[in-house]
Write a protein of this length. Sequence first.
Length: 268
Amino acid sequence: MTGGVGGGAAAPLLELRDVGKDYGSVIALDGVSTAVRAGEVTCVLGDNGAGKSTLIKILSGVHPTDRGSVLLEGRPADFGSPREALDAGIATVYQDLAMIPLMSIWRNFFLGAEPTRGRGPFRRFDAARAKEVTRRELAAMGIDIRDPDQPVGTLSGGERQSVAIARAVHFGARVLILDEPTSALGVKQAGVVLRYVAQARDRGVGVVLITHNPHHAHPVGDRFLVLNRGRSMGEFAKADISRAELTALMAGGAELDALAHELERPDS
């Protein structure tokens, strides 16, 4: 296992260089670097308190950095708000998905960006177009929805995540940040979500998958950034680290060995 990642020929879509962020006396991130490339999945792993949420807020324009720099296609980027990040093609799908459960799938798909027809006082929501585009875009991602008129709250957790991913890709996301998309899902539903993460990757989107689960990250990831208390424990290409090594690095191999020894039954 090595601590470096070989650079690709293409410039990263998004890059962090020695980024730091403090909240008062608390150092949330310190000296963190990573790159997000088109058609790749960068997995950011760490337990609670590792700095994953702060990293999301910096990438999505919620908070500025205190140290280091954020680069968008090689140029300095200073997002003043989530809207500026979104306009630059950086879409974030949070755990709560920002969906309205009682609204239909197609209404949620276009929430805040509704297509219209007509002009002036005769302008109105183009429901027929919204339904058709929703059905087409979901199908293009391989998502089979029974009826786009059904309330989004009737979907499973994995299906809701899939709709959110398809929505972000449709609206032009070049970088898609997914905040713990499989954390509350069972094995089968987690597999559904990871399949659509791979679909977004294969369409050329640069994906940032935030997770604490190396078993979900390793199959779909191309590179892995491991955080511990705000600091990087290394960034690794998939060829350089196995799932077992990734798990041990996250949990702390020595701590796990000590715990296993402590929990063993004493010889009778």
